[in-house]
Design a protein around this ligand. Structure first.
Ligand code: C2E
Ligand code: CA
Ligand code: CA
Length: 745
């Protein structure tokens, strides 16, 4: 290269490098390179071009002296083993010198176009990046066949080097531009998705700050997006809602797992049930690389929840009465059975069927029948407890499931009878449908749920069977499945009717047994009821008092006894009895609990003009143990009227003796069982002595019952007892006999 050429070269080199450094467009730099080499090459017919490789295709980036039409045709050509000089050079990654296009096999496909534009030779050099990647080709054409000289090659390599710098720099910039474009594109996509999505997308910082909020459903937020962004969950939401949200954030970050959960919030739209999904996001903010974030997608599932609940209602509830249906009952029964098997307690299932419902339904029409069922439901609902399940199985069949009815068979028997009676009673009142009113009744079958070999299936079947027994009896009644219980019940019901009849026939009366003081004075008498049966003779109260209690007849029997007491008191001449003489009456537990006790007592004794001070109420020890406050109040009220109290069967009730002082008690009656054993030092006498001592301390009088022998009487006298009652003095006697006895004492 001679000096002039070298100078030119240096000048060109400076120009090109400064353009590259300034980041001028690649096409401009390329043209500069082409023109420079064309100028320096000896043969002035040289035409240069730079092509860049994108994928497998070559594109012109500069060819200032070549006809643009030729470039256009060649543009985009795919490289290969014989695709002209450039296509082949790029493919082979090595220089291809074609000194005569006309005769070169590489040019077979492109020869006509090249010759048409007067191009007859083409030397092509691949432009290779620093990472050995082909970036493009550098081509030198001539209008005549021509072979390059050594100097030509040297020059070409020199400019190829520039081209590689320019292309490589451009390729980096291009890649960066592509990345930015792609990012923008995906960002737009994300925005578009969040805008059409019904969900909210929230980005929360690990401390609970709303970093970004996306989505079109602002009404699902507490307040506007703008107000929320940059603020903390704890500042925006009430504490009760913020706390669980913070807990989710913590859990998401701690586990690094996607969380799916449901939650409810009162937002701008109203009360909304959400399905939330959270995932932890690392490096969400480039500035704040170390902080962690949670991506929170919230979906409004209120409608779905509502629909689910509706579906559940349809599946588990009877649409007419809104009661649990057979399916729900079966599930609850299964649970109850399992619970009972574990606890050993007793439950009961009552199966109800309305008597003659079909006939009613057919004659009244179905809509009236429906109304009737709704009214039955209302009445049954009023007498069942929350813990019971009242279900409708369909038609006129109802079930009451009592999950706990007692600790043992006997208690369960009594309690479930009581519930069944209540159910039967619910039908006593007339049903009014429209302008009609009529009387209906129901038949009940009871199956107790107890023991370890019960199954839910059997229980329903057995209760159903028992229900048919009630139907067979003529309806309006209840029956047990258990045959033994059934006979017991039958006997009780029989006895109940007999008692009712006996009351009407005035077969009940009081017998009197005197109470004598240790000083030998008659201090009182106990009234004891007797049933003088026309055929069976005298029936013991032990046989009928419990039944009378259970069937609510005790009050009427009590009134008979009280009437006889008044008659006795009025018959005993004033000179036969003194101030202190009292007659005692036994008050049963259910009566004592009743709020009408006082009025009932006063009504009768006022009628006979008898003072309450003449009457002692005998209650048993165990009655004191229940509801102390109410018991004391009841006793105080009666005491203020003038009645006195004696604690019957004392010593058998395990009551807490230390509390005895809290009750207004005048007398303790030592139970007969201790008197029977009084000759025995340990089991008899010492207990009697203890009771008497206790009573002395509390200033309560003591009487002994069941005193049969003189020996017993003498021991009791030595113990300083106040008075005694028993066969030793007299058995209970009819009123007239008693009066005679009293006079003769
Ligand atoms: P109670 O109140 O403990 O009555 C005492 C029972 O012992 C009475 O039996 C009485 O006849 C019996 N008795 C009295 N002295 C002796 C004796 O020396 N030896 C023996 N072996 N027995 C004696 P009764 O009359 O058969 O009454 C049984 C239970 O029936 C009573 O026990 C009481 O709990 C209940 N009762 C009786 N009358 C009434 C009443 O009008 N109303 C209520 N609610 N219960 C009553
Ligand atoms: Ca008594
Ligand atoms: Ca007694």
């Amino acid at each position: 290269m001679h000096d002039k050429q070298l100078l030119k070269l240096l000048k060109q080199q400076q120009k090109i490098l400064s353009k590259i450094a300034l980041g001028q467009p690649l096409s401009e730099i390329g043209e500069e390179i082409c023109l420079a080499i064309e100028d320096i090459l000896e043969d002035k017919s040289a035409k240069c071009s730079i092509l860049s490789l994108t994928g497998q295709n070559l594109f012109h980036c500069a060819a200032p002296s070549i006809d643009p039409k030729y470039c256009e045709i060649i543009n985009g050509v795919e490289i290969g083993p014989s695709v002209g000089s450039c296509g082949t050079a790029a493919f082979r990654k090595s220089r291809v010198i074609v000194d005569d296009i006309n005769s070169s096999p590489l040019w077979t496909d492109f020869k006509p176009i090249a010759l048409k534009y007067g191009l007859e030779s083409c030397w092509s050099t691949p432009i290779i990046s620093t990472k050995s990647k082909v970036l493009g080709t550098f081509a030198v054409y001539h209008t005549k066949p021509r072979t390059p000289s050594e100097q030509d090659i040297e020059l070409i390599d020199y400019f190829v080097h520039f081209s590689s710098i320019a292309l490589e720099k451009d390729s980096n910039a291009y890649q960066l531009r592509e990345v930015v474009k792609e990012l923008k594109h995906s960002n737009d996509k994300f925005k578009a998705i969040t805008e059409v999505m019904p969900d909210l997308v929230l980005i929360l910082s690990e401390h609970g700050e709303y970093v970004d909020v996306y989505g079109d459903s602002e009404d699902l937020l507490y307040s506007s997006m703008i107000e929320m962004k940059g603020h903390n969950v704890n500042d925006i939401l009430p504490a009760k809602d913020a706390q669980p949200i913070m807990a989710v954030i913590e859990k998401t970050l701690a586990t690094n797992e996607i969380q799916v959960f449901e939650y409810e919030l009162d937002v701008q739209k109203g009360h909304v049930v959400f399905e939330g999904r959270t995932a932890s996001v690392e490096h969400y903010q480039s500035k704040n690389n170390s902080s962690r974030h949670v991506l929170w997608v919230a979906r409004d599932i209120t409608q779905r929840k509502f629909a689910e609940r509706e579906i559940e209602k349809l599946a588990y509830y009877d649409p007419l009465t809104k009661l649990p249906n057979r399916r729900m009952l079966n599930e609850r029964l299964d649970i109850a059975v399992e619970k009972i098997k574990r606890s050993g307690e007793t439950g009961a299932l009552l199966f109800l069927d309305i008597d003659d419902f079909k006939r009613l339904n057919d004659s009244l029409g179905h809509s009236s029948g429906d109304e009737l069922l709704i009214e039955v439901t209302r009445r049954l609902g009023a007498i069942t407890r929350k813990s019971d399940t009242l279900a409708r199985l369909g038609g006129d069949e109802f079930v009451v499931l009592l999950e706990y009815i007692g600790d043992d068979n006997e208690q369960a028997n009594i309690e479930s009878s009581t519930v069944a009676q209540k159910i039967n009673k619910v039908f006593d009142e007339e049903f009014k449908i429209g302008s009609l009113s009529f009387q209906i009744s129901c038949s009940i079958g009871i199956c107790l749920i107890e023991g370890s070999d019960i199954t839910a299936n059997n229980i329903l079947k057995f209760a159903d069977t028992a229900m048919y027994r009630s139907k067979a009896k003529g309806g309006n009644s209840f029956s047990f499945y258990d045959p033994q219980l059934q006979t017991l019940l039958d006997r009780k019901i029989e006895l109940e009717t007999e008692i009712l009849k006996a009351i009407e026939n005035e077969e009940f009366c009081a017998y009197f047994q005197p109470q004598v003081s240790t000083t030998g004075k008659i201090v009182g008498a106990e009234a004891l009821i007797r049933w003088i049966h026309p055929i069976k003779g005298i029936i013991s109260p032990c046989e009928f008092i419990p039944v009378a209690e259970q069937f609510g007849l005790i009050q009427r029997l009590q009134n008979v006894v009280l009437r006889d007491i008044c008659k006795l008191l009025n018959s005993l001449n004033a000179n036969l009895i003194d101030e202190d003489f009292k007659v005692s009456i036994n008050i049963s537990p259910s009566q004592f609990k009743s709020s009408s006790l006082k009025t009932e007592l006063l009504n009768i004794i006022r009628h006979f003009n008898v003072s309450p001070t003449k009457i002692t109420l005998e209650i048993i020890e165990s009655m004191l143990a229940h509801d102390v406050e109410h018991t004391v109040q009841q006793m105080e009220e009666l005491k203020s009227e003038g009645f006195t109290f004696s604690i019957d069967d004392f010593g058998t009730g395990y009551s807490c003796l230390t509390y005895l002082h809290a009750y207004p008690v005048k007398e303790l009656k030592i139970d007969k069982s201790f008197i029977d054993r009084i000759s025995d030092q340990e089991s008899g006498l010492s207990i009697v002595k203890t009771i008497i001592n206790l009573a002395r301390n509390l200033k309560i009088e003591v009487i002994a019952e069941g005193v049969e022998t003189e020996e017993q009487l003498n021991i009791l006298k030595r113990c300083n007892i106040d008075s005694v009652q028993g066969y030793f003095f007299a058995k209970p006697m009819p009123m007239n006999e008693y009066i005679k006895w009293h006079k003769g004492f």
